[in-house]
Design a binder for this molecule. Sequence first.
Ligand SMILES: Cc1cc2nc3c(=O)[nH]c(=O)nc-3n(C[C@H](O)[C@H](O)[C@H](O)COP(=O)(O)OP(=O)(O)OC[C@H]3O[C@@H](n4cnc5c(N)ncnc54)[C@H](O)[C@@H]3O)c2cc1C
Length: 266
Amino acid sequence: MNLNAKVAQRVELSPELIILRVIPDGWDLPEFKPGQFAVLGLPGTSMRTNFSDSEEPLLKPEKLIKRAYSIASASTNKEYIEFYVALVRSGALTPRLFALKPGDSIFMGQKLTGMFTLDMVKENTNIIMLSTGTGLAPYMSMLRTVLKSSMENHFVVVHGARHSWDLGYRSELMTLRTICDKLTYIPVISRPKEEMLNWGGDVGYIQNIWEKRAKLFPFTPNSENTHILLCGNPGMIDGMVTNLTAEGFAEHTKKNPGNIHLERYW
Ligand SMILES: Cc1cc2nc3c(=O)[nH]c(=O)nc-3n(C[C@H](O)[C@H](O)[C@H](O)COP(=O)(O)OP(=O)(O)OC[C@H]3O[C@@H](n4cnc5c(N)ncnc54)[C@H](O)[C@@H]3O)c2cc1C
């Protein structure tokens, strides 16, 4: 078993959300495009966090448990690769990822891959990035890499979560929004009653923000001037694809280029 990378940093945003920075151990970080993913893995023998459900004994505990994770860091960042990970309490890998400490070993696949990149987006269009939870990760990589150089596009990032404390990268996105006129950032929460302080922002789901786009977006999106990226909860993705298709947007495939692009996590 080759645990070929190390955890450089683990930032806990909440008991169920972490940012994990990983560095290769004895090999160079390969090139990648923003939006692509890496495979992380740990053996079944590695410890699970106390916050997770108990697990049936594994048949082959020494075997690596591997899963895909979108890269959140910029492709220009050669120092580490960053991941934004949600705990699935009943899951096989995430309870083990959540038990990691800086310096611990981990497997990281050396091939960074995936089609959910800005290559599929036409130049000089607006880009709307809709996400729930850790579905924000590929957009962080895209924005951190291209926001400064692709000034011709307007980017709208809508990030949905249950609570304000589940809105990872909020302060970075708020800062970017302040210094870059080409970025609109709309955080939205679905459980405002559970907030400790009054939430003054948007409430509901991604679909509700789309319904209010005339008020919230700085342009009127249509199938000619906008590409829409969807990542996160499958219910949100399916609901938005239905709404957008009815409005004249088309799902992108290799054969038929379109303006709806999606990455399904599960
Ligand atoms: C291309 C790609 C990129 C991905 N990028 C990320 C990422 O950046 N961050 C991230 O946290 N996950 C990401 N995932 C999901 C990740 O690969 C795992 O599926 C997830 O971490 C659960 O792994 P697990 O072994 O703990 O759970 P498993 O034992 O594999 O259980 C999987 C089940 O858990 C549920 N589930 C999976 N992911 C979630 C989730 N985020 N929230 C709630 N329920 C979930 C689903 O019901 C799924 O069937 C990505 C998946 C793909 C295909």
